[in-house]
Ligand binder design. Structure first.
Ligand SMILES: N[C@@H](CCC(=O)N[C@@H](CS)C(=O)NCC(=O)O)C(=O)O
Length: 207
């Protein structure tokens, strides 16, 4: 049986979504070819019948291969693309640590930092109209990352991994959600390190 190719897929995503950028950056770094199709979340393009026939959950990112395979969920797409590469630690425990950060990101980080950023930066809500619990939860998540990155360059393993890619997606734009990375110096330096490793611009320098 031949293994189906990872290349040549279509990535449906919104460029303002960190979740969508995770698989994009992974494919770019590993030289896996894909076509990007923009689906505008703010215009509710994730809710059209055509899009819902691709992902009934109505969310981007979603990847579709020419043979009909469809894969939603940013971290699942990223892991599939990265499997067997240097982005997934070879050592079993280090690999489990990377996965641990991926699960944590979805439950404890993205749910505060990405949500607050979306409400403040894109929906233009004023601070008083945003649930204060998001600030507390987001800062707590950043403090957990600060502890981990104090004295180490990467979240898991010995180099850039899927864990760094997943976590940098929204951490690098946390300021757009009203979070101050200056309070988290190890995280602040790590963001630049990961952006450089990915060959992407420093988000803090973009107006
Ligand atoms: N856990 C999912 C979250 C995906 C998600 O929340 N996508 C947002 C954009 S970041 C979306 O498509 N929202 C549109 C909607 O819910 O209609 C993942 O990591 O892929």
């Amino acid at each position: 049986m031949t293994t189906p190719s990872k290349s040549g897929f279509t990535l449906f995503g919104d460029p303002v979504s960190g979740n969508c950028l995770k698989p994009k950056w992974t494919a770019d770094l590993l030289g896996i070819s894909y076509d990007w199709v923009t689906v505008d979340v703010l215009k509710a393009e994730t809710r059209t019948p055509t899009f819902l026939s691709i992902n009934p959950a109505g969310q981007v990112p979603v990847a579709r291969w020419p043979d009909g395979r469809v894969l939603p969920q940013s971290n699942a797409i990223m892991l599939y693309l990265a499997e067997g590469s240097r982005l997934v630690p070879e050592d079993g425990f280090e690999r489990a640590e990377a996965f641990s950060w991926l699960f944590w990101e979805q439950y404890s980080h993205e749910t505060a930092i990405a949500v607050r950023r979306f409400q403040k930066h894109y929906l233009k809500k004023s601070d008083v109209d945003i649930d204060p619990a998001l600030t507390v939860k987001g800062n707590y998540a950043l403090s957990i990352m600060e502890q981990r990155l104090n004295g180490r360059d990467w979240l898991a393993g010995r180099g850039l991994s899927v864990a760094d890619i997943a976590l940098v997606a929204y951490t690098r734009v946390a300021h757009e959600g009203g979070f101050d990375l200056g309070v988290y110096p190890s995280v602040d330096r790590w963001v630049l390190r990961v952006e450089d490793a990915l060959g992407i611009p420093h988000a803090r320098e973009i107006a």
